[in-house]
Design a protein around this ligand. Structure first.
Ligand code: BGC
Length: 386
């Protein structure tokens, strides 16, 4: 009798444990599917205009994994360890290629020919005026309506940690002069840094400002907000903007304003401050003038207090666009984890030359002459706070 009841107790215990663990799995799968894996490769495989679109995976020795599609060269996922060693997907993205084709928010994409805005969608080189696509009120944003984010790049996976993407942008594309040959190499280092190296050549003098438009949420994509993240930006000034987000030409010191991130500060603390520049951007949507340096240097550091995940941005660029996801509106229901991306549920740190530089002679130049080589590098490096 005693043996039978011990046996029954054991069976009951095993049954309850099994139920609990299967519920746990269910929670992980339905709630945070992408927190434990990459999206289905097949959902990105298609032939578009004779070119093959696919999803490529980079993986390093720490099991960090980054998925990139050659449609727009977009970073689709980045699985990085949190403070408990659990892999977390910190990139906002779509679960299939269609999401990227229909999307209006440039998720993860390569941006060309010109990151951010050019005022009145025009500029001149040597007295000749070039008219661009006006796709943001009177201005041109991110290369116009068919920027690099909409192009199928030729892809070559060099090894487990390196993907090379190339694109030939014909003379006149989006209104820009010159046949531009652009090459972007993504390399995932064993230091958990994702390096993005951009080179380009042109056969006519043109302007170029290439960047990447990844949206991050270091608490995991699909988490409600980024306003609890701590942000530090090594910048003493922003390029102040008008109501159409075109720089006025004024370098506004950050001291004493909502833009002072010289020490780590919670993003949400001042995001709705009663300041003119915050009103212009509907929150943070500004180019920060990075502290000058020769070569690569730390530009920004962001930390999620929930996961402890830290993102460090290093670049050779003079500026960084801190965009706090003000225009996300919950309509992007096609997110990888099945969750809508609401206002301020992702942030971008787009390394760049300043917006509207082609019309602002006092800004660092974005001109690239025929035969010259354009080159820029940015690293998004992940770690955990101790
Ligand atoms: C711009 C925002 C824009 C966003 C998505 C950012 O780089 O600064 O104003 O809404 O990209 O298009």
């Amino acid at each position: 009798m005693k043996k039978v009841s011990i046996w029954l107790v054991c069976c009951g215990y095993l049954f309850i444990t099994a139920c609990n663990s299967s519920n746990q799995n269910k929670t992980m799968n339905s709630d945070t599917l992408t927190a434990v894996g990459l999206p289905d490769k097949k959902a990105y495989q298609e032939t578009l205009a004779g070119k093959t679109v696919d999803l490529f995976t980079l993986k390093n020795k720490n099991n960090v994994q980054v998925a990139i599609t050659n449609y727009g060269g977009a970073i689709v996922s980045a699985l990085v360890p949190d403070k408990n060693g659990e892999l977390t997907d910190v990139i906002l993205g779509y679960k299939d290629l269609k999401g990227y084709q229909d999307g209006k928010s440039y998720f993860g994409a390569l941006i060309g020919r010109y990151g951010n805005r050019i005022g009145k969608a025009k500029f001149s080189i040597d007295g000749k005026e070039y008219k661009l696509d006006a796709n943001d009120g009177p201005n041109s944003l991110h290369g116009g309506k068919s920027g690099f984010n909409t192009k199928v790049f030729d892809a070559k996976q060099i090894d487990d940690q390196t993907l090379e993407l190339t694109y030939n942008s014909p003379d006149g594309e989006g209104g820009y002069p010159g046949n531009v040959h652009a090459k972007v190499v993504y390399t995932l280092g064993d230091d958990n840094g994702l390096k993005i190296d951009y080179t380009a050549t042109t056969d006519k003098t043109t302007v170029l400002n290439l960047t990447n438009h990844a949206y991050f949420n270091l608490s995991g994509e699909g988490s409600e907000t980024i306003n609890d993240h701590l942000l530090q930006i090594n910048a003493d000034a922003i390029t102040a903007v008008d109501s159409t987000l075109i720089p006025t030409g004024v370098m506004q010191p950050v001291a004493g304003t909502a833009f002072d991130f010289r020490k780590p500060t919670t993003i949400g603390d001042r995001v709705d401050a009663a300041e003119e520049q915050i009103k212009m951007g509907g929150g943070y949507d500004h180019n920060f003038v990075l502290t000058k340096a020769d070569g690569m240097r730390a530009a920004a550091v962001v930390t999620s207090p929930k996961t402890g995940i830290v993102l460090e941005v290093l670049t050779v660029e003079p500026g960084i666009q801190f965009y706090g996801g003000n225009f996300l509106n919950g309509q992007d229901h096609n997110g990888k984890g099945g969750k809508a991306y609401a206002k301020r549920s992702g942030f971008c740190l787009e390394t760049q030359h300043f917006p509207d530089s082609p019309n602002k002679p006092a800004f660092p130049t974005t001109l690239v002459k025929a035969g010259e080589q354009y080159h820029t590098t940015t690293i998004y490096k992940f770690s955990v706070s101790k």
